[in-house]
Design a protein around this ligand. Structure first.
Ligand SMILES: [Zn+2]
Ligand SMILES: [Zn+2]
Length: 344
């Protein structure tokens, strides 16, 4: 049996281990992908710590994958060995009520997700259904391709599909200097919104400005930052607050930054977080939940990057064995953009 390398999670809360594993088997409707780059995100921390549903351990995580087709199952028609692709990591049925509405991430018969219920891309090889593959345009690097499905896709999903941002809307992005926030900020500008970024260090404030924020607020120096939003908007407050931080104080302050009839979207989530329904009632505020990105969303993001309307922000590149170090960087909030594992 040919052996290959992977980072394996054997126990929740413990570091992953670099192991020699067998090349994954793949079904007739799947391809075997040689992974070239894999994005790492905060969700991988949650997976490591057992805070989100996954398959039973051992698990090879990694849901942000770009690579080259190394072998194809018998029924695979649209892809050939050597094709460069990126992966839409949800595996929906594409037949149920929600799938037919174009909301495949809440598929009623979701088969699972690459890197959660199925082994993922923190490995040299991963098996992926043909239906999840998106061709990678030649003008895009594998590193860029790896950050698109989640770091860009999730932002597109919340701004365009869920919140339906319109030109001239005023948006607050809480955690705007993070790996998702910087992409959300750029997309909001493409959509024609006025963007206020909230984050917690001078460095992140400067980053938000450099990616187009109209106004930035340091949430640590200014814990009642919704007052600054009210002042900037001359009392009107925001049409939409998008929250990339799951702390209660960020949710509470975010809610107060929403104007009457506006929306609060929660990208970051935790079952501990509370929503002040009285305040919501008094101001008719829509609470929007949002789940990842559909394949279609990812394809739209690809267009935005190719058109140079949105830039992929990569904070650091590591090798596969450095994954545990990378997860610590995410935990410490030290990155200035997305973290990518390079396997080329
Ligand atoms: Zn992710
Ligand atoms: Zn479905």
């Amino acid at each position: 049996m040919v052996k290959t390398k992977a980072m394996v999670l054997r126990e929740f809360g413990k570091p992953l281990t670099l192991e020699e594993v067998e090349i994954p088997s793949y079904g007739p409707d799947e391809v075997l992908l040689k992974v070239k780059a894999a994005g790492v995100c905060g969700t991988d921390l949650k997976i490591r710590d057992g805070l989100v549903p996954t398959k039973e351990l051992p698990l090879i995580p990694g849901h942000e994958v770009a690579g080259v087709v190394a072998a194809t199952g018998a029924n695979v028609k649209r892809f050939r060995v050597g094709d460069a692709v990126l992966v839409s990591f949800y595996i929906p049925c594409n037949r149920c009520r929600t799938c037919r509405l174009g909301r495949q991430t809440i598929c009623e018969q979701l088969k699972g997700r690459i890197g959660f219920e199925f082994n993922g891309g923190f490995a040299e090889y991963v098996a992926v259904p043909e239906a999840c593959l998106i061709p990678k345009p030649p003008g895009l690097s594998f590193r860029q391709a790896a950050v698109i499905p989640d770091a860009l896709g999730t932002c597109y999903h919340v701004l365009v599909r869920r919140a339906q941002v319109q030109k001239g809307d005023c948006l607050v992005i809480v955690g705007g200097g993070g790996g998702l926030g910087l992409h959300a900020l750029q997309m909001a500008k493409v959509l024609g919104a006025v963007v206020i970024g909230v984050d917690v260090s001078a460095e992140k404030l400067a980053l938000m400005k450099s990616y187009g924020a109209d106004f930035v607020i340091d949430g640590r120096e200014n814990p009642s930052w919704s007052d600054a939003v009210a002042a900037y908007t001359q009392g009107g407050r925001a049409d939409l607050v998008v929250n990339f931080v799951a702390h209660q104080s960020s949710i509470d302050e975010g809610l107060k930054a929403v104007g009457k009839g506006g929306k609060l979207a929660l990208v970051a989530y935790s079952k501990e977080v509370k929503f002040n329904a009285l305040y919501g009632h008094l101001n008719e505020i829509d609470l929007l939940s949002t789940r990842a990105a559909t394949k279609e969303d990812i394809e739209e993001c690809l267009k935005l990057v190719l058109a140079k309307e949105v830039e992929t922000v990569i904070g650091e590149v590591i090798s596969l064995p450095e994954l545990n170090y990378g997860l610590q960087l995410i935990k410490d909030g030290k990155l200035k953009g997305r973290l990518v594992i390079d396997l080329e």
